[in-house]
Design a protein around this ligand. Structure first.
Ligand code: NDP
Length: 297
């Protein structure tokens, strides 16, 4: 029987455990606060931000919502970040990507105070992650580490293959899995659009992480029997539904499930974990800034 790794259930456990940490902070007079900054009128980005705000509210994190006109000069966003950096009442800052073309997204990442960078994308935090001394682990790969743990899959000694080398998923995933630390110690291969014979690589994987953004590109023929398959992809494909589309992963679920030992569904796998780990990083940030010891799950 293939184990279906239930991201909703694991995320819910993490949120419950975070509630205890938030109480500890409250006892010390600290209210964790996340500022979300949206400079876009893309409906998907608006939805992501409002979901993040709802998540915050549910666990007792205050969400500060900053909207910037997408046509405003880039400086308006940079100045907003400076103000949030200087605001002691704000513990975490998240700028929803993508920002408009006239804004330099690297400048945005550099500008956020690394102590408040709960996405973990500031160059200093990326460097710390690579060096094995992460301040804030990026939410999606950190959530995947938690999912593996929940399924009893220890990466130590295993061959992990990651399809995708983006800065937000593929690269930090590789960095976490190769660390000489709990949840790491895997032998990692990172594949991308120029990889020759992708299937030969994926078939070697004991742990296969699909993060390419290509609907259902990994099918059962590309999966080793008994492998753990983590599907990060969230792709809209046309479908005869009320909305006119449905969400599918990068993995062809049915054929991959027939081969896999464990697999994450889409939706209900990695997505809820990404959201939970943002809350985790915000609570961690608050503890660090207030010098309060919080026990995190
Ligand atoms: P990017 O587009 O930034 O990166 C995609 C990566 O996949 C690139 O490295 C690209 O290679 C590689 N790739 C693309 N096509 C192929 C192919 N045919 N064969 C092999 N490699 C390929 O995407 P993200 O990392 O941001 O996101 C990946 C997916 O995960 C998307 O569907 C996204 O929506 C989803 N996502 C889901 C999250 C969640 O919480 N569930 C969070 C973040 C992302 P190259 O570098 O050569 O171009």
């Amino acid at each position: 029987m293939t184990e279906i790794i239930d991201g909703n259930a694991v995320a819910s456990e993490i949120r419950t455990e975070l509630t205890d940490a938030i109480e500890t902070l409250a006892d010390a007079g600290e209210q964790p606060t996340l500022a979300t900054v949206l400079m876009s009128d893309d409906p998907a980005s608006e939805t992501y931000v409002s979901m993040k705000q709802d998540d915050c509210e549910e666990v007792g994190i205050e969400a500060v919502d900053v909207d910037i006109d997408p046509d405003a000069p880039a400086e308006e966003l940079y100045d907003t970040i400076d103000e949030l950096n200087a605001d002691d009442g704000v513990n975490g800052i998240l700028v929803q990507m993508p920002v408009p073309d006239h804004v330099d997204d690297r400048e945005v990442l550099r500008r956020i105070d690394p102590e408040k960078d709960v996405d973990g994308f500031h160059p200093e935090n990326v460097g710390r992650l690579v060096a094995g001394n992460a301040r804030y682990k990026p939410c999606t790969p950190h959530g995947i580490q938690k999912l593996l743990d929940s399924a009893g899959v220890d990466p130590e000694g295993k061959d992990a293959v990651i399809v995708g080398r983006s800065d937000i998923v593929g690269k930090p995933m590789a960095n976490l899995l190769i660390q000489k630390a709990e949840g790491g110690n895997a032998t990692v291969t990172v594949c991308h659009s120029r990889t020759g014979d992708l299937a030969a690589k994926t078939r070697e994987a004991d742990i296969l992480v699909a993060a390419a953004g290509v609907p259902e590109m990994i099918d059962g023929d590309m999966v080793q029997e008994g492998a753990t398959v983590i599907d990060v992809g969230v792709n809209r494909v046309d479908a005869d539904t009320e909305k006119g589309y449905e969400l599918v992963g990068d993995v062809d679920y049915e054929s991959a499930k027939a081969q896999a030992g464990a697999i994450t569904p889409v939706p209900g796998g990695v997505g809820p974990m990404t959201r939970a780990m943002l809350l985790y990083n915000t609570v961690k940030a608050t503890g660090r800034q207030a010098d309060v010891d919080v026990t995190l799950p």
